[in-house]
Design a protein around this ligand. Structure first.
Ligand SMILES: Nc1nc2c(c(=O)[nH]1)N[C@H]1C(S)=C(S)[C@@H](COP(=O)(O)OP(=O)(O)OC[C@H]3O[C@@H](n4cnc5c(=O)[nH]c(N)nc54)[C@H](O)[C@@H]3O)O[C@H]1N2
Ligand SMILES: Nc1nc2c(c(=O)[nH]1)N[C@H]1C(S)=C(S)[C@@H](COP(=O)(O)OP(=O)(O)OC[C@H]3O[C@@H](n4cnc5c(=O)[nH]c(N)nc54)[C@H](O)[C@@H]3O)O[C@H]1N2
Ligand SMILES: [Mo]
Length: 885
């Protein structure tokens, strides 16, 4: 039977022929006809299953979900139909998320190390013992700071996180302790994108109106598989391309599934997107295709100034740098500028290079000069929501932490956590207790072996604590593990601008945490109470929550609008607020009672200043409205608008903050080291795949079965020149060392690039991730999934590339240049075994010194920015300001 014709009637016919059909209750049949989601029925009893809303966290997009619970067990997950951006759909990772709960290698009890670090010898202890021990260790530091009258000692309590979606709990905890030594992971994620955008217009990301656009220029994002906001963005991108006949053009060094699905795919030389974007801007400005009125009204540059700046960036110049034909650059630039509405989207491809902030700023500019900002179908501001922090809120620690924000990078507002191990080695920071949460640098960081080396060193890091429920490459080095629960068993407030409708959502335990495990939030409460039992340190007051749920109430019970709807109690029932309407079954748009699409509202920057706000304000020659020395708005043809939230309320294509440190205030192309590689060398790229998330899904059996090995993509020309055939064992070497993996020969990659996906090649993270599924359960594990021990048919876990990836950061945005490592690839040498990894810590230390040379205080900075008209002796001195963020 044609599956497309398998409608309900046919399904019933099939069903009645099958013996099990009689178990389908009539309520289930009615549900199939009437419900798009939100209800589910037991396959055994036919009874309706308990449905509990939650927010996903299998990646960082935070989709709204509903968990179906039967006999106390989560049996199925589904997208929440009330979530305006998720619209009832989850991706493969989201659907298999319940397996995180039932992972047989999940850590079910706090553990204290008994052997050497990393040896895998543990003693089970209780949560009470574990929190007491951590509290004692912290108290020693606090007492020492007091005794020595040195508040800076408090910064020896270090907290590093990868993904912190606690709604402020970690910061509250650290500030309560008096420490500013907080390290996030944003510089390995996308920080240069943020630093390209924030001074420009305020927020750190765009929200494209994909569904209503006519033209999409996608610079280096794998929208359909991975893009930030993957599921909601991918849905609306499909709405636009299929439903609205939008054209999509993708730039990626390899043919990702998004590139393959696009109308046109261009593979620029790595790191040259900025040259293409600037050349497109050159064409648009010089061929009269720009929205000059918008530029005059809303930006801080003049048309002629932009034309002058763009003069050298001809399509011919961009062709020379990127390899994309000048004729194609002209054609796409004209199409983009004349098709309305249009938008760009960009993610990590352009920004994860040295000078990545210029890349993002150049791409952003294409939308501005064509007037596509905040229009239906255009390039819009993100829409998120906040929640208050419960009072009293602890103040920041008294002294700044250098590792929290290295002073060489004053523009890197999202810090530079990659530098921490090198700085500690150089004696620039001391550590007494290192805590880490949702974080696995020994796997996910560039030169990951440097982290392993540091965290194994008991002199450098005397006490290492992990809150992970899984035995990751970093967690296994810890002295103390106080396991968190999974995202389906804990409380968090959430808001992600994953679509054009702003909303709040929550995490709540959809089942009781398994086997007496305890959520991280409760652990924080317990630790603080033990650090300051009688409140005499003044710390306890910040954690006066009865329990985690009371903490949630304090966040959500008093938000205007939500309060009237029922606050936290409402969120527990619905999972998301506000509910904008229903998902139309045909168009999938959010519609009101009358079936009309709910208008998200555009032109957010056009809110007008009130008479009171305008009182004593003055309008300058630049049309900025100033009051008390601050620019508060923009005066445009008789009206006073609030404008945008960057350096000034205009769109700051010209960034004063960049100039202050000797960077070019306007986006420029800088030829990178990799562009001058030798002919036999290649550029290493890594990328994400649709069914995995970073280091944390290799143990999810459904996902591991779908994707578990990551051979290196090579172009046939490149492979042929080296005598390499598809499937051959190869050595990929950088200056740090080498890995031995296999080749996947494909036309879908730039001949100068070799691409290896992340998420494979674990040396920890449970037995399945390491293909050691025959090993017996340890006493601290959940254990017991015969499906994994008996049915795993694959014998290749892949090879992880991070040890050979060189540290190199963008001196502006602070981002790791993930895609700038130059490598050689050759057939494996005699004796090489699949999975061999060799990497030198000493060589990585050289990379640290080298990358500092690009920083604004470094010796290469001035030579790289000769064109900037600035008094080079007047650059501000580096100051330590880290950790108040
Ligand atoms: N080569 C290469 N490397 C990359 C990238 C790349 O493109 N190429 N991409 C980078 C990007 S964009 C990012 S964002 C980073 C992400 O890297 P990280 O920030 O390190 O994050 P994850 O790998 O997602 O998860 C970290 C750890 O969280 C722990 N964990 C999992 N579930 C839970 C839980 O429920 N509770 C708690 N408390 N802990 C949990 C596990 O120990 C897991 O290993 O990786 C980066 N690494
Ligand atoms: N399935 C899945 N989805 C995820 C995640 C996940 O782990 N798995 N992680 C989430 C996170 S934390 C993030 S930050 C986002 C990242 O989302 P994306 O940025 O969309 O994904 P990446 O794979 O990091 O990188 C995008 C692409 O950049 C390409 N590229 C490399 N160098 C260049 C270049 O010089 N120019 C161009 N144009 N392209 C280049 C790579 O081939 C890759 O396809 O995804 C989020 N969504
Ligand atoms: Mo990321």
């Amino acid at each position: 039977m044609d599956s497309a014709k398998l409608n309900r009637r046919n399904f019933l016919k099939l069903g009645s022929a099958a013996a099990g059909a009689s178990t389908l209750s009539s309520s289930r049949l009615v549900a199939m006809e009437q419900e798009q989601g939100g209800k589910d029925y037991s396959a055994v009893s036919g009874a309706e299953r308990e449905a509990v809303p939650y927010t996903c966290m299998t990646c960082n997009i935070e989709d709204g979900g509903v968990a179906y619970v039967e006999n106390g067990r989560v049996v199925k997950l589904e997208g929440n139909m009330d979530h305006p951006n998720t619209r009832g759909k989850l991706c493969a990772k989201g659907n298999s998320g319940f397996l995180h709960i039932y992972d047989p290698d999940r850590i079910m009890t706090p553990l204290l190390r008994t052997g050497k670090r990393g040896e895998g010898k543990w003693k089970r202890i209780s949560y009470d013992e574990a929190t007491t021990l951590l509290a004692e260790k912290l108290r020693v530091v606090i007492d020492r700071a007091k005794a020595e009258h040195k508040p800076e000692v408090l910064n020896e309590m270090v907290f590093k996180w990868g993904r912190d979606r606690t709604g402020g709990a970690v910061k509250r905890f650290m500030h309560a302790l008096g420490s500013n030594a907080m390290l996030n992971h944003t510089n390995i994620c996308e920080s240069s994108k943020k630093v390209g955008l924030e001074p420009t217009w305020g927020p750190d990301i765009e929200s494209c109106d994909w569904a209503n656009t006519k033209y999409i220029l996608n610079f280096g994002s794998n929208i359909l598989e991975t893009a930030y906001f993957m599921n909601p963005n991918a849905q609306r991108c499909v709405d636009g391309v299929v439903g609205n006949k939008a054209k999509i053009v993708t730039f990626d060094v390899r043919m990702s599934n998004s590139a393959g699905w696009s109308d046109e795919w261009f593979a620029p030389f790595p790191g040259t997107d900025v040259a293409i974007a600037l050349a497109m801007a050159h064409v648009i400005m010089n061929e009269g295709l720009a929205d000059e009125q918008f530029i005059a009204d809303w930006t801080n540059v003049e048309v002629q100034q932009l034309k002058d700046h763009l003069k050298p960036y001809t399509p011919e110049f961009a062709e020379q740098e990127s390899g994309m034909k000048a004729s194609d650059i002209r054609r796409i630039a004209r199409e983009f500028a004349t098709t309305k509405p249009a938008t760009t989207f960009s993610y990590r491809g352009p920004c994860k290079h040295v000078y990545g902030a210029y890349q993002e700023a150049a791409i952003n500019m294409l939308n501005v000069i064509t007037g596509n900002i905040e229009v239906k179908g255009g390039y819009c501001l993100p829409r998120g929501m906040g929640w208050p922090q419960p009072e009293p809120v602890p103040p920041a620690g008294a002294t700044a932490s250098e590792i929290a924000a290295p002073p060489e990078y004053p523009l890197a507002s999202h810090a530079v956590s990659t530098h921490a191990p090198y700085m500690i080695r150089k004696g620039r920071a001391k550590v007494a207790v290192w805590m880490h949460y949702y974080d696995n640098p020994v796997y996910t960081y560039p030169s990951s072996h440097v982290w392993e080396d540091l965290l194994k060193d008991e002199q450098a890091v005397p006490f290492l604590v992990s809150f992970s429920p899984y035995m990751s490459e970093t967690t296994e080095l810890s002295d103390l593990i106080i396991p968190d629960v999974t995202y389906l068993e804990r409380h968090d407030p959430e808001s992600m601008p994953s679509g054009l409708y702003p909303c709040l959502s929550i995490r709540q335990p959809v089942i009781k945490p398994l086997g007496g495990t305890q959520e991280f939030r409760q652990t924080l409460i317990d630790v603080i109470r033990k650090v300051d039992p009688d409140g005499s340190l003044g710390i306890k007051q910040y954690f006066a929550f009865k329990d985690s749920e009371a903490w949630m109430r304090a966040h959500l019970d008093n938000i205007p609008g939500l309060k009237e709807a029922g606050g936290w109690d409402y969120m527990k029932k619905k999972g998301v607020w506000p509910i904008y309407g229903k998902v139309d079954p045909v168009t999938a748009k959010i519609v009101d009672k009358n079936g009309n699409e709910v208008d998200p509202g555009y032109g957010l920057y056009k809110g007008e200043l009130s008479a009171a706000e305008m009182a004593s304000a003055v309008v300058g020659d630049d049309n900025l409205i100033r009051k008390d020395g601050h620019a508060i708005g923009v005066h445009v043809r008789g009206k006073n608008y609030k404008g945008f939230g960057g350096e000034t309320p205009k769109i700051n294509l010209y960034k004063e903050s960049y100039k202050k440190y000797g960077f070019n205030p306007l986006p420029v192309y800088k030829r990178l080291h990799a562009r001058d590689k030798k002919a036999n060398e290649l550029v290493l790229t890594t990328y994400k795949v649709n069914v995995h998330t970073q280091s944390r899904t290799a143990s999810v059996k459904y996902l591991a079965e779908l994707y578990h090995k990551n051979p290196a993509w090579m172009n046939p020309k490149t492979a042929g020149a080296r005598g390499i055939k598809d499937g051959d064992l190869i050595r990929v070497s950088s200056s740090l060392g080498y890995i031995v993996t296999r080749a996947h020969v494909t036309e879908g990659i730039h001949p100068d690039v070799v691409a290896i996906s992340t998420a494979c090649g674990h040396s920890a993270y449970g037995r399945l991730a390491q293909l050691k599924q025959q090993e017996a359960d340890a006493d601290w594990m959940l254990g017991g999934d015969p499906d994994i021990s008996n049915n795993v048919w694959w014998n290749d876990k892949g090879v992880h590339p991070n040890p050979i990836i060189k540290l190199a950061v963008d001196p502006i945005g602070g981002s790791q240049g993930w895609y700038d490592t130059v490598v050689t690839v050759e057939k494996a040498q005699p004796g090489d075994k699949y999975g061999d990894v060799k990497a030198s810590v000493e060589e990585s230390m050289k990379d640290y010194e080298e990358t500092l040379r690009y920083a604004y205080v470094g010796d290469l900075h001035r030579a790289n920015h000769k064109e900037v008209d600035i008094d080079w002796d007047s650059l501000p001195k580096p100051t330590v300001h880290g950790g108040g963020h």
